[in-house]
Design a protein around this ligand. Structure first.
Ligand code: ASP
Ligand code: MG
Length: 418
């Protein structure tokens, strides 16, 4: 029997009507001849409420009990989904993580999959059940405690089941109808993509296109699970939404597929640090230890310190705005300990990052030049540039962020599918 995984996010199961609507989509796939594994999130807002209750009860909570509480939202929707399907005469059974069992590490609230044995579900399908409904986001540790996978983890549950059961596809039903060339709130010219490669999706997901949990895309890429993102509020068929797939499946791709942004960035410059071996390690080691997510790094040209022969330079890097205080503290501590020296720490908290992403960049020259020209034409000054094989990012003044996204979307003609 061919098998599909269908995942419904919180807004898609927000109340009983929506659960019925989702169940109808499951029933349609069963009618097409599929066995279906359904992964459900908690009703929207539920997990936040549970997290709130934990924090209010015990600010320094025991992580095992946090997981016991916050995993419960998914148990409710799994049972309700199975009941709804049964009411529609679709043979369905629900499963909590421990019943499968979804084996994970014991890293509570950030657990990782160890194994998903097929035996129990396969036996149920063999008995004639058509649908297994699985509570997303949760698993069980080697110590037999309930674990959770981190916020947004149901996406990852869905991909893991699709990989374990060799599903034909993993359909992620959500409240948007696909992946767009950029955020439609920033430009009405944003266009829904028919297909996008795993690698591009990873760049977009980690850059803040919050449709899929980044880890789910990593897992899909590793196991080549074809993912489809589509809206549970629309009438849908096999062609709906956006397919996230291997690049071999994408016949011709444009040079740039999307423009991503991240609004809350900061630029920090250590002015006059010694230019000698080990200095970068002495700066970025303590930042990493302090949990600062350093993104772009630029080391400026070297000069001789005034009146001496000693080479000095400036070191610039970017990180999320809300980590600036932590970064400052880590750097000051390193200076006090005598591990680094600098004259001044300049902090610019009004930055944003804009990136163009596309696998086509691998084989096309001139993408950077085109990008910089478009920004220059709109008078946007670039503070820092970083590139990877399929991405070019610039740090700019936050007040120009929308303008830059629009300019780049136009410059790379992303509104036309051609
Ligand atoms: N309910 C969990 C959360 O809100 C997991 C998920 O929905 O993916 O983070
Ligand atoms: Mg989600």
């Amino acid at each position: 029997m061919p098998l599909l995984v269908m995942k419904f996010g919180g807004t898609s199961v927000a109340d009983l009507d929506r659960i019925r609507n989702a169940a109808r989509k499951v029933r349609a796939e069963v009618a097409r001849g599929y066995d279906v594994i359904v992964i459900v999130s908690a009703m929207s807002g539920k997990t936040n409420e549970l997290v709130g209750w934990v924090n209010e009860t015990s600010p320094l909570y025991d992580a095992r009990e946090y997981d016991a509480v916050v995993s419960s939202g998914e148990n409710v929707t799994a049972g309700l989904m199975a009941l709804t399907l049964q009411e529609m005469e679709v043979p369905a059974r629900s499963w909590q993580g421990w019943q499968v069992p979804i084996q994970t590490t014991s890293a509570h609230s950030a657990a990782r999959f160890v194994d998903i044995p097929r035996t129990n579900l396969d036996a149920k399908f063999a008995e004639g059940f058509k649908v297994a409904v699985i509570a997303g986001f949760q698993g069980v540790s080697p110590e037999a405690r309930i674990t959770t996978l981190g916020r947004g983890g149901s996406d990852t549950t869905a991909v893991a089941f699709a990989a374990a059961f060799g599903a034909e596809r993993c359909d992620i039903y959500t409240d948007v109808d696909g992946i767009y060339t950029t955020d439609p709130r920033i430009t009405s010219k944003a266009r829904k993509l028919e297909k996008i490669s795993f690698e591009e999706m990873l760049e977009l997901a980690s850059l803040g296109a919050k449709v899929l949990q980044t880890r789910s895309v990593e897992l899909a890429m590793r196991y080549k699970v074809r993912l489809r993102v589509l809206s549970s509020f629309d009438e849908t068929d096999e062609t709906s939404g956006t397919l996230v797939c291997d690049e071999d499946e994408i016949m011709e791709s444009k040079v740039v597929s999307g423009v991503a942004y991240s609004r809350e960035e900061a630029k920090l410059t250590l002015v006059t640090v010694e230019d000698k071996p080990g200095i970068a390690a002495a700066i970025f080691g303590p930042l990493a230890d302090a949990g600062v997510n350093v993104d772009m790094i630029v080391q400026n040209i070297s000069e001789k310190a005034a009146g001496t022969d000693k080479p000095v330079t400036d070191m610039t890097f970017s990180c999320p705005v809300d980590q600036v205080a932590r970064a400052r503290k880590a750097l000051e501590a390193a200076r006090d300990a005598g591990n680094i020296n600098y004259d001044m720490l300049e902090v610019d908290e009004d930055a944003a990052k804009v990136s163009v992403v596309g696998i086509g960049m691998r084989s096309h020259a001139g993408v950077a030049a085109r990008m910089f020209k478009a920004l220059a034409a709109d008078g946007v000054n670039i503070k820092v540039i970083a590139t990877s094989e399929i991405k070019i990012s610039v740090l700019i003044d936050r007040k120009y962020m929308e303008l830059a996204v629009q300019a780049l979307h136009d410059a790379f003609e992303l509104d036309n599918a051609g």
